[in-house]
Every structure is written in C-alpha cells, then in structure tokens.
Write a protein that binds this ligand. Structure first.
Ligand code: BGC
Length: 748
C-alpha cells in the first residue's frame, strides 16, 4: 500500500468512527413521556440514571444485576442469538435489552454457525501496529458490525499484560508494556463506544495465564501491580471510558478477583470509575463478599451453581448483609453506562454487515502489523519477476490461522481442522479464515512457477524447496483461551524448517503465531516474518508485504526470548500438577499460586534487570527503507526529535522513546508512528506520562518521581540507542487519581 493509500484508509476509518460520534442525539421522547425524564437525551447520564433508579421497584433493580447466558437459557426468545449474554430490558421503563457478545477481534461466533462478519487481526497484531488510529478503527468496525447483528454490549478491551508469552490468550491482548497496551486498548474502546455500543475493558486483573485460571492465586506487591497491569487498565479507562470493567477468574493476593475489595477499591475509589463491574462468566463465588467488594453484575448466571446475584442477593438485602445503598449503586452504575454509551437513544437494528468494508480495514491493520525480524541479503521484498517459488505450510493454500476461545470469529467459509487434544471442549477447534496466502502470492507473481506443499513431510518439503528460487514457509502456533501454549513450535516444525533451510538458503519463515516462539533455526533461514493471526484479509496482507507492496511496518509488542529460562517464571505455575488434579472440573481443583517475581518489570524490563539478551527485543522490526533520527531535545515533560527517511522507498516507522531514572532500566515513555516518502524529514514530539517512571507510595497513596538524572533514549527498539540525552528531574508527586492530559501521545 502506498503512503497515500494508507493515509486515505486511516482518514476514512477515523471519519467513520469519529464522524458518527458527532451526530446530534436522536430526538427525545421526553415530550411523549413527561413522567419519564430519563428518556431525555439532552440530560447527562448521571441525572438520567438517578431519575430512572428512583422509578424502579426492588424486583426490577434486582433483575438488572445479572445477565443470562443464552446458551443455557430456558425459553430463549427467538430474537436472542447464541452469544455471551442477554438481559430482556424493562419495557415499562423503556430500559432496552442488553445484548452482549464477545468482540475482542470481531463479533465472535460463540456456538453460532459462521456469520457474514469481519475477523480482525489478533490483539497482538493490532499492538504491533503501535498505532492508536488503527486500534480505534478496529474497535469502531467491530461495533458497527455488532449493531447490525443486534448486539449493544461488546466484551472487548482485553488489556492484560503479557507477562508470559506462553499465556494462551496473549494473542487477544496488547503486549507486555503498560503504556503501549493501555493506550491501544483505550483507543479500541473509544472506537467501539463512538458507535453507540457499550464496551468492557477486561480481565481485571492479572489473568496472566490460562493454566488453572479459576484457581490460580496471582501474587504480587501492590505498588508493582499499580505500576504495571493496573496502569494498563487505568490508561485504557482514561482514554476509552469503557462502560464496564470485567473482573477476571483468578485470585489476586488471596481473594478471587470478582470479590477483591483491594483492586475494586482502586478502580472505584482511587480512579473514581463511574461504570459497572461485570463478572467473567462463572467468575462469581459468593454473594455478600462479591457485592460488598464492588461487583455490580453477575454475567451468565445460569453457569453458576448458586443463584449468587439472584435469590441469594435478595436474601442478603433483606437480612442487611448487603445494603440497599449498595444495590442502588449497582443499578445506577449499570444504567449510567447504558445512557453514556447511547443504548437508550440509539437502539440497534439488524441489517446486513458490509463485509467488503470490514475486509478493507482488517487488511489495513494486518498490513501495518506484520513484523520483519530478519532479511539476510535482501531476500525480501520478492521481485514480481521471480521465476519460481515454493510455498510450504498447512492450509497456506486455503487461508490464515486464528486463535481460539470465546474471541473466535467465524466469517463464512472458515474451516475447522482438528484441534490438539488439550483444546477446551467448548471451543471451536483450530479455525482458518478463507484468504489464501498462496493465491495472493500467485496474483503478485503471475509468471512464476509456484508450487504448494503442506510441509508435513520434512524431506518432501526440502526436496521441493531445493528447486525453487525462494521457499516461503508458513509456520503455525495455534493458541486458545483456557490453555497455555508452548514456546516451541508444535508438530516438529523446527525440524521441517531446518530441513528446508538446509536445502534452500533463500528460505523465509512466516509465523502465524500467538506470541513469542523459539527459533532454533533463526541463523539458518534468510528471512523471518511475524504475521500473527492476521484476520479476514491476512493472506493478501502477507503477500503484499512479501512483495514490498507495503512496507514491513510492524514492531514487536512482546520480547522474543532465546529460551524458556529467560522468562521470569520458567516453570509455568500449575503446569506440573498431577494429571488427576488438572483434569478435575476447574472449580474443584486445589488452589495454587503464581508469584510474579518480576513485579512491575514485565517483558523487556525483566530481561534488562536480569541482563539477558533476547532473540529479538521489544519494539524491534525491520523496514524496507532506512530511517535516521536526529535533533533530540528533552526535558521533564517530554522529548522532541526528527525522523528522516534516508532510503529509496516510502516506508512506515515507529521511533520509540525510552527513559530510565536512577536505578531503573529503560521503560517505554512514548513513540511516534509515521509514514514518510524517501528524502522526507518530520519533527516528532512525545510527552511523558510520569507514571511510567514513577513509583507508587502506598502509605501516602501517591506517585513519586524520584529526583535525579534520567536517561532519555530514542531508538528503533528497546536495545537501540540511536540518540540519547540526560534530563534532570526534580522530585514530583502526583495524586492517586492523577490522569494524563489527553494530548500526551506523539504529535507532529
Ligand atoms: C472469557 C471472557 C468472555 C466470556 C464470555 C469467558 O470465558 O474469559 O473473556 O468475555 O467468557 O464469553
């Protein structure tokens, strides 16, 4: 894609998202219903929620604090599809139905047949764009499609930090850095809600692994949690204002997340969050503890063994163990978010989804997300006049891999192949989306001899590779919610890659992956491309990048370690439990703990702290052109510098600013994302968020920036010091509810 094409797509996307947000509210119905002042769209959400709450009966209030799980619902109404959640609304008061669907990467299918719908690239792919506009466009797209499919609450906004790349949901999340993840999640949420759909942010908090996710006790010191996962949530909330926060399955320093007074207190008291907390599905374990800690709505109540927020809650209110004020607070929060997102004023109505429009956005995101890690002797980009290519890899003749679990999107034509035995029974198996890299490669090299082989037999793959000008090998790493992934590629693919690389020095590996993988063959192949799970138009996007029709524009949002030993907890907590224990229903498994020894030093910060050099560092990614940085000036507020395209082609770059205070290793402090024609130079300004280099003082409940000399570095990744300077910072303190000014991110 040329720079002007890319700019046009982003501009169109922003217009679609932002444009609709600017539409004046629908005509009010207050005139027809003067006794229902909450219907007046000119009033603010708090006033409307208070007025509506005052008109509700106790039964009506109690009905709102839990939602159905349609898959298990008795007498499911005909207009309620299989999906994550449903509440019928209250017609007497004009309260609309709540129709919930999973939506991290598109409108998820749950148990439904395939839909006319767009599958976005994975969360990590979106993070690899480092582009808030792309995240926003993706969020808005999902919301538009969801509305047309009849949904008004989206379970998106996954922002758990990737503390361990083996985490089976790493692909749903936005990487290992709180600033990057929180910024992108906030923008995705803002995009969703600009389309008058309510979004969650999830899973609050520390759902860092899938192994034993309902029984694991995630242990970490509170100041470290504030400066890492909580900071990611805080940023996502201050940028995106999600209507709801979904509490997670795990325990946090003892209590289950959905009944943890500490993290819910931080959310509601420290950050003044005005929305509601909904549980993850089956994540409620009590009535009184959960209600009093701050849980506002039980999701999918049919899953629970006990009517926690049903009859049990009614009893608790009657006997005073849960106060009426707390019930009113729950209901007010739910209603406030429904008003704020536009659920009352902009009812959803079904209409066909514009999949062609969706595909364009999915492809633009995929194009910007693909990371080029290695390019020996300029093996890429391929020339359109290349004579022969062998394409190797499972399903490369059909489509691109996607991740499994509740986020699974199923565009029409998607194909299921058998999942590994460990896959969750309720999942959809291993799904490929129909957009074949092979066909796209054929289109771009119409005169080449192109052969495809599935790669199951290493000897046959090597023999085929030997005769070709270049071998493009698609490697797969499927991951899913409810299971963790190994860092080593499955199905003995390392042996296949080694055999092919030995047969053809011009071998390029294209990874379709959850997160980081080990690459014992990294030295022997000519090219390594990280394509992630690339969505509805992944095949086209990959081929465009291989042939240089787009720049290699992605940058790693996670470190790629050299070995499992480089991870903070090499022995995945709970993985070695006896089979008899692991195979019990999760609720019956004994608890175990995961102690996050890295504290706030997730990902690259842990590697720096332990002086370990990864295989590929956080932020890394090659471009097809060359960028040069200069003119660095920095002060306590931020940094300015220039970026020049010194190569012969147009390209997209993500210069990154890192900062380290006394005794600290470098932390991401900001970045810019810019597309430049050859010879062009642009000035960039990045404003710091002091929370990225402050520490949190629990006793005084404030962020403290230590005085001293801070190193400020501008580089292509965390290991690069293209430019550096020193800034002397005075001691500064910021209150617990301090939020960053809206214009904090890179401006040009
Ligand atoms: C997942 C959530 C999801 C919910 C509803 C849970 O298993 O953890 O992310 O939103 O199911 O499908």
């Amino acid at each position: 894609m040329t720079i002007s094409m890319r700019r046009a797509i982003v501009a169109a996307m922003v217009l679609v998202g932002g444009g609709t947000a600017a539409i004046v509210a629908a005509p009010t119905v207050a005139q027809q219903a003067p006794d229902q002042p909450w219907r007046d769209a000119r009033r603010d959400p708090d006033t409307r929620a208070a007025a509506l709450l005052a008109a509700m009966t106790q039964d009506e209030k109690l009905s709102l604090v839990r939602t159905h799980f349609p898959n298990k619902m008795k007498d499911r109404p005909a207009d309620v599809p299989l999906s994550a959640g449903y509440h019928p609304g209250i017609a007497r008061l004009g309260i609309p139905a709540q129709r919930l669907t999973d939506a991290s990467l598109g409108v998820a299918a749950n148990q439904r047949p395939p839909d006319a719908v767009t599958a976005l690239p994975s969360g990590l792919a979106i993070a690899a764009t480092w582009d808030p506009a792309m995240a926003r466009a993706g969020g808005a797209l999902v919301a538009r499609e969801a509305r047309r499919m009849g949904f008004n609450i989206l379970l998106g906004g996954g922002v758990n930090l990737v503390r361990d790349p083996r985490g089976g949901r790493s692909f749903e999340y936005l990487g290992e850095d709180a600033l990057l993840a929180g910024t992108l999640a906030g923008n995705a949420i803002a995009g969703t809600q600009s389309e008058h759909v309510l979004s969650t942010v999830k899973h609050y908090v520390l759902n860092a692994q899938e192994t034993g996710r309902s029984v694991v006790d995630a242990r970490i010191a509170l100041p470290a949690l504030r400066a890492s996962d909580l900071l990611a949530f805080q940023k996502a909330i201050e940028i995106g204002h999600p209507g709801s926060v979904m509490c997670s399955y795990n325990r946090i320093n003892g209590p289950w997340a959905c009944e943890d007074p500490v993290t819910m207190g931080i959310l509601k008291n420290d950050w003044h969050y005005p929305g509601y907390v909904m549980s993850d599905w089956g994540g409620v374990h009590s009535t009184v503890r959960a209600a009093n800690a701050g849980l506002d709505q039980e999701s999918g109540w049919e899953i629970a063994p006990v009517a926690y927020f049903g009859t049990e809650l009614a009893t608790a209110v009657a006997n005073g163990t849960v106060s009426q004020a707390r019930i009113d607070d729950m209901v007010r929060r739910i209603l406030r978010s429904m008003f704020a997102a536009g659920l009352f004023d902009r009812p959803v109505s079904r209409s066909p989804v514009d999949v062609a429009a969706g595909a364009r956005i999915a492809q633009a995101i995929a194009a910007d997300s693909i990371v080029l890690l290695k390019n020996r002797a300029g093996v890429l980009p391929l020339s359109p006049s290349i004579r022969s290519i062998v394409v190797i890899g499972r399903q490369a003749d059909f489509g691109v891999l996607s991740g499994g679990g509740s986020s699974q999107v199923m565009p029409i034509g998607s194909r299921r192949i058998d999942p590994p035995a460990a896959a969750p029974a309720w999942g959809r198996g291993t799904i490929y989306h129909p957009n074949a890299p092979l066909a796209a490669i054929r289109r771009l090299a119409p005169n080449a001899r192109i052969r495809w082989i599935d790669g199951r037999d290493p000897a046959a793959a090597a023999a085929a590779a030997k005769r070709a000008d270049v071998a493009i090998l698609f490697a797969h790493q499927w991951a899913s919610e409810a299971m963790d992934a190994a860092l080593t590629l499955p199905d003995d693919q390392d042996a296949t890659i080694a055999a092919v690389a030995a047969a053809n020095p011009r071998t390029v590996v294209v990874l379709e992956n959850n997160a980081a993988v080990l690459m014992p063959w990294a030295r022997s192949v000519a090219g390594v491309v990280v394509a992630w799970y690339s969505g509805s138009r992944g095949g086209d996007a990959i081929a465009d990048m291989l042939f240089g029709r787009t720049d290699a524009a992605g940058r790693l949002p996670v470190s790629f370690p050299r070995s499992v030993d480089q991870l903070p907890i090499p022995d995945l907590p709970g993985a070695r439990r006896a089979a008899a224990e692991r195979e019990l229903p999760e609720a019956d498994q004994p608890a175990f703990s995961a102690t996050y020894v890295e504290g706030a030093d997730t990902g690259y910060r842990w590697l720096a702290r332990t002086a370990k050099e990864p295989l590929f560092p956080f932020g890394f990614g090659l471009s097809y052109t060359r960028f040069a940085y200069g003119d660095l000036r920095a002060d306590a507020q931020g940094a300015r510098f220039s970026v020049a395209n010194r190569g012969a082609r147009a390209g997209t770059d993500t210069p990154q600013v890192y900062i380290a205070g006394p005794g600290q290793t470098l932390r991401l402090a900001g970045w810019a994302r810019l597309s430049l024609s050859p010879g062009r130079t642009e000035a960039v300004a990045v404003r710091f968020d002091p929370r990225t280099f402050a520490t949190f003082d629990e006793a005084r409940r404030q962020w403290v920036v230590a005085p001293g000399d801070y190193r400020v570095v501008v580089g292509r990744h965390v290991g690069d010091t293209a430019l550096s300077t020193v800034v002397t910072m005075p001691r500064r303190v910021y209150p617990v509810d301090w939020i960053a000014p809206a214009d904090q991110f890179a401006r040009r």
